[in-house]
Design a protein around this ligand. Sequence first.
Ligand code: ZN
Length: 261
Amino acid sequence: MGSVWAARAQRVSKRVRSFWRRRLNPAAPWCNVCGYCGEFRDPTNGANLRESLICGLCGSRSRDRMLIYSLGKALEKEPPLRKWPANRSLRVLETTGHGGHPFFLAKKFDYYNPRYDPDEIAAGADPRKFADVQALPYGNEFFDCALSSDVFEHVRLDQNGFSEIYRVLKPGGVFVLQAPYIHTMEKTHILVEPRGDEDAYLEPPQYHAGHTLVYRIYGRDLLARLEGHGFSTEHSQTEIAQHRISLQDVFVARKPGSRVS
Ligand SMILES: [Zn+2]
């Protein structure tokens, strides 16, 4: 019990210091997820800023903050996410969200954050908790927004995944996509090619998080592929110093229709 109170006291003290830092130095960076103005840790020592610059309060990484920044722009909401007005009728799907933002998204919206686990899915587990993006267990036009951060490079049949996201989005729905992407590459680089039921390894296998196989690294043809599924898509490559978001790529794809908000 003591440690719960100690953690709470520490959070309060961080918030107080954050408040004064922003007051005294309006140019100091602050987290667009939780609002914290303070330290952003980089355990990679500059080697991978996208995966680091970890917020000292909510634990969001630079990549997570770009995801939420892009969602906020699409929904015309001012940062931080913590202060967005709650709207429980707005339904949001995220393909396995981690870090600081899922806690806040779950408070604001009707938020589904399923994990991919073939055994659980086969056993008919709760579709809020488990889902396969290649065959989503939701009706047509069910979600207002979909978020996917560094998942699609692992999706065996990614075209099925994109078409499923399109199907479950409402008209005007928005899909924010992040994935390993190299803008100077015209075509997606295939590491593992699905051929029928088999996987052909074109290169020595690469894994993320120790065990998740990487099928591909996207190139510029990703834009045309998203458009081919019916999305109108914008790609951007930006750095947002104010929120300690390092230079990175993000895709914002919309299903035709009037905007959701
Ligand atoms: Zn934060």
